[in-house]
Design a binder for this molecule. Sequence first.
Ligand code: MUC
Ligand code: MG
Length: 373
Amino acid sequence: MSQVLIERIEAFIVDLPTIRPHKLAMHTMQQQTLVIVRLRCSDSVEGIGEGTTIGGLAYGYESPESIKCNIDHHLAPALIGMDASNINAAMQRLDKIAKGNTFAKSAIETSLLDAQGKRLGLPVSELLGGRVRDSLEVAWTLASGDTSKDIAEAECMLEIRRHRIFKLKIGANPVEHDLKHVIAIKKALGDKASVRVDVNQYWDESQALRACQVLGDNGIDLIEQPISRINRAGQVRLNQRSPAAIMADESIESVEDAFSLAADGAASVFALKIAKNGGPRAVLRTSHIAEAAGIALYGGTMLEGTVGTLASAHAFITLRQLTWGTELFGPLLLTEEIVTEAPVYRDFALHVPRTAGLGITLDEERFARFKRH
Ligand code: MUC
Ligand code: MG
């Protein structure tokens, strides 16, 4: 087979409406903005990727606009003319010419994997060494900001067998108010559901020490990023004292962060996110660090649409054990789809396609409609 070259890489910003406002400590989402990458190869195969964040620059250092700009001006030009089948060489080149920018790199790595999978007739999971399951349990985030609305939403999800794990976004309100909210939801749902919280770094250590104790005593099983990623010593102390497991999310902005967290003993669970590590292959390096250190795994999301969600899923289904399941529900938060086949959620799980690449095709009409001009 003659060499297949990367001919063109384009990034597009796509704005999609959400089913309801989604309240996080740092930002209330009224819509979601995706960055979609289209990678064109000399054999006419196209790979699709996604690099999506939350709330512009409120969550991380990359915004949709900076992801697109850095792809257009730095990452894409560095790859044009390279071998489209050699993903190691392409990603090493990006790491050489660009520091950080893991969201943008993740979109490109995904598009290379999708193209290679389509070329070889293999699902991305098989390019990553092979899947060990076909589906992943998916949590739902209750984030309407209203306790009774959240309880009603959870009851409905249990009834239709879509979710039985619920993550509550807290941290923006006074701690006592948040604790009451969480405990009321856990009481209402009882043993029918796992209830967890994500504080998105909003507590200080003095607040977190007590709050983690109260939450653990009231049946909350997982506490995500309670304090700032900067306070590493505090994270270590909390991880030792909290009766509920402590998960690192914002603390992991790279594979190297994962290594130093593991070395310090700063979390007992890692949230795996392709965007924070630089792609589906990069996130597996973080999972290997966790496995070697005895740290449990959770399949995280940046609330990507279907492209990013399935890219994550193809990586996560290769893992031996995901003790805490996943939260790959991003497409369910959106009212519109830009691919021709919506992802399948059934019996509390996302079912991952066995077709070539990511298993998706862009719906050109819808893509054109929601693409920012
Ligand atoms: C985060 O911080 O984990 C994941 C689910 C959700 O509702 O927000 C995200 C971001
Ligand atoms: Mg989080």
